[in-house]
Each structure stands twice: as structure tokens, then as C-alpha cells.
Design a protein around this ligand. Structure first.
Ligand code: MN
Length: 201
């Protein structure tokens, strides 16, 4: 199964008898490429940005979350691949488990590879993976909160697995908008992270 081996690290970190997170045993199949941004109130609050690449959700942990301001560069730590069905996960990871705390689906939608559009990669579907290996991923997001181009640039000088997330200058750019603070609720349930933590599910 494509991408199965890259999910091993995800599965090794978790006890699926205790956490409500998905096991990751369903094959990812979808014509359109999915993305999700999950607000995660773990040891420190952060946003997990995940892009469907090669049948898995390639993931970055962003301490300050995404910005709509092209002048902002947001640190994004590349973390372990997650299964496709994780894009629907919202709830509470129990105390003592990896990543314990509330998870909220902050934004979700589909995306396309801007570098394929520019024709500087092959058309065999592997170009996102090639971009990832190269350390330069450029995508067009069509979410409920975020819209337009975003670039992820690997920045090894900052540290191991360190990347930067930058909004591209297009119609989705807006230096005055601050959606992480003005639009905090889940796009799935309308709940806030506090409400999810209170109900415990
Ligand atoms: Mn996380």
C-alpha cells in the first residue's frame, strides 16, 4: 500500500486502545488533494498543517499558526506523516498519550500543486514528493478560512526539520486579517478548543 511504511512512525507513537485518533489502516483515495489545519492544545498550543502527498498527510507543526500576511514567516517543524483519515479527527487525546490535549479542525479543503502548474516538474504525480525532497513546496489552498498560495521552504540553518510557511502575494493575501485569533472555531463542528476540551470528545 502506498505510503503505508511512512505511517509506521505515527502508529509507533500511539496506543490505539487509549487514544481516539485513527489507526491509519484505510487507504487514501481521492481525486482531489486534501489539506487540513488542526489546532492542537498539547504541551504548547500549535497548529498542525497537513498536505496529502503520496497517500499520506505530510505534516508540519506551526507554533504561531498560518498567517494571511505575506510579510510574515511562520516557523513550521516537519513532523511524522499522518494517515489520510486524520483530516477528520477532532477530539481529545487522553492524558499520558502522545500529543495529549484537544484537537480542533481549524481549516480544511483541497489544494493543488503550484509548481506543477508552472510546468517545472513532471506530470506523473510525483512532483509534490519531489518538491518535498527539494525543500520547496508551493500550494494553492482552497479552504474555508485560508485561500490562495502558500510556500513552505526548508530552512536547515534554523534547525533540524525546520521550514518556513509564507503566504504568497495574491488575492488571498491580507495583512490586516488575523484568522487564527478572529476565527478560532472548528470548521467541522463550530466548537472552540475550550468546548472540545470540556466535553472530552
Ligand atoms: Mn500536534
Amino acid at each position: 500500500m502506498i505510503g503505508e511504511s511512512t505511517i509506521a512512525q505515527y502508529q509507533d507513537k500511539r496506543d490505539f486502545r487509549k487514544t481516539p485518533e485513527p489507526l491509519g489502516d484505510r487507504a487514501g483515495s481521492s481525486d482531489e488533494l486534501q489539506f487540513v489545519i488542526q489546532k492542537h492544545d498539547a504541551t504548547t498550543l500549535h497548529y498542525d498543517f497537513r498536505l496529502q502527498i503520496d497517500g499520506v498527510l505530510v505534516s508540519w507543526s506551526i507554533p504561531k499558526g498560518p498567517s494571511t500576511d505575506p510579510r510574515e514567516r511562520r516557523l513550521a517543524i516537519h513532523t511524522e506523516d499522518h494517515p489520510i483519515e486524520y483530516a477528520e479527527f477532532e477530539g481529545v487525546i487522553p492524558e499520558g498519550e502522545y500529543g495529549a490535549g484537544a484537537v480542533l479542525v481549524w481549516d480544511r479543503g483541497v489544494f493543488r500543486n503550484l509548481r506543477t502548474d508552472q510546468g517545472d516538474e513532471s506530470e506523473d504525480g510525483s512532483s509534490l514528493k519531489a518538491s518535498l525532497e527539494e525543500g520547496k513546496v508551493e500550494v494553492w489552498l482552497e479552504g474555508e478560512k485560508l485561500m490562495g498560495g502558500y510556500a513552505l521552504i526548508r530552512s536547515p540553518k534554523l534547525g533540524k526539520n525546520h521550514w518556513l510557511l509564507v503566504k504568497m502575494n495574491d488575492e488571498g493575501a491580507d495583512g490586516r486579517r488575523n484568522p487564527t485569533s478572529t476565527e478560532p472555531a472548528s470548521v467541522l463542528s463550530g466548537r472552540t478548543i475550550e468546548e472540545i476540551a470540556e466535553t472530552g470528545a
